[in-house]
Every structure is written in structure tokens, then in C-alpha cells.
Ligand binder design. Sequence first.
Ligand code: ATP
Length: 236
Amino acid sequence: MMLTVTGLSAGYDAIDVLHSVDITAEQGEITVLLGANGSGKTTMFKTISGLIRPTAGEIEFNGKPITRRPASAIVGAGIAHSPEGRHLFPKMSVEKNLVLGGYTRRKNRSRQRELLNQVFELFPILHEKRHDPSGSLSGGQQQMVAIGRALTADPRLLILDEPSMGLAPLVVKQVLEAVVEINRTGIGVLLAEQNATQALRIAHRGYVLAEGRVVLSGSADDLLHDSDVRAAYLGM
Ligand code: ATP
């Protein structure tokens, strides 16, 4: 077991958005979180990453409690978060945006270089454009920078919040293929995705959130064939 979230409640200004949520994410798997807008996916990710303090519950990573630890310590423990909306520095070069992820986790220069090269191997277009301002890239390429920046933190678990938001179907496919590649290198992935069918096809397991509660969970294959999920999220 890699990530275990138990009885997690969290929200904003003393109003809980998540209500006693239990989820786990296994080492080496892609775990997908489905749910309508406002169901609490982003809130869950921010709470796991230490950006929001939970009002109840426990979060364990590789057997160690990380609940209420500062965000920097959680990155240090091996969890990197690529946020919804990318949040790049548009005037800074692609390469500078990428290495920013590495600053959050102490490591030597040669390891930093190695991680950057791995990102360039995964996304060759970013190597080609490494000196260009990130704001000049296409939406899909900017998403690659946002994922790559999280990877330079050398994570064991990568949290991706809606990486395909606003992207054309072909680009969505490329981004999800990259997620599979990343997972093949042994990095666990926790993914929120609006493209539920495509996400379930690449995932191992999934959870459906509604109004801050887990309403369904199971293997990705079971969810893909579940009539409630098909009706509510897969448009079938
Ligand atoms: P989306 O796909 O729209 O990001 P989500 O499933 O990620 O949806 P959250 O962003 O976690 O959902 O939002 C859950 C609830 O928390 C919503 O009702 C939202 O209005 C509320 N919320 C989100 N951010 C804040 C905030 N900064 N302050 C107060 N309430 C917020």
C-alpha cells in the first residue's frame, strides 16, 4: 500500500467539502478519481498535498503519517502535485519552469539533471522548445511542462488534477499515454479526469466522488461496465 486516506474531512472556512472520505492508491497503479464539477476532487488533492488542513481523518504514505505536515515535507516524502490549471510561469523558459519542481526536494545536481533528461525523453517536444517561454507553447505542451515540473521533484506518487482540461481529443490521448508511460517507470498516479471513459481505460482502480463522499469504487474495469457510472459519467 502506498497512500491510505482514512475518514478524511476537509474544506474551506470551517465548512467541510469532503466528508469522511476513504481512498487508497497502490504503488505502481493508476488510480482515477471521477466526479462532477464541485464534487471535491481538487479539495482532496490539495489536502493530501498539505495545502489544506483536514478537519478530521488520517493520511498515510508508505506507512508513515503525513496528515497536517507542511506541503514541503509532503513533497519531500515523495508526493508531487500537478495542479488544475497548470500554473506555469509564462514568461520563463520551459526548462526553468521544469527545474522549479526540483527545488522543492533536496537532491544533488546530477540527480536533478537526470530527472530533467527523463522529462525530455518523455516529452521530446519540450527539449526542442526548452529555451522558449512556456506561455508560447500550445495547451497540450504547457500541460506536459506542468507534468514534467512535478516529475523533477522525483516523486513516488504523482497527483494529476485534470491534466486534459481544455485540450483537443488527440492531445488528451497523448497526455493520457504519457501518464501510462510515467506509471510504467514505477511512479504511482492519482488522477482526476473529466474524460471518464479514457481515464478508466488507462487506470487500474477508481473512485467516484459525489458531494464530497465516495459513492462508488472498484477496479477500473468494473467501473467502466457499471451501469450507474455509464449513465452518470460516460454518457451511455
Ligand atoms: P472541479 O472539477 O470544478 O475542480 P472538484 O471536484 O475538483 O471540481 P472542488 O474544486 O474540490 O471540486 O470543489 C468542491 C467544493 O468546494 C465546491 O462546492 C466548491 O465551490 C468549493 N470550493 C472550492 N474551492 C473553494 C475555496 N477556495 N473557497 C471556498 N469554497 C471552495
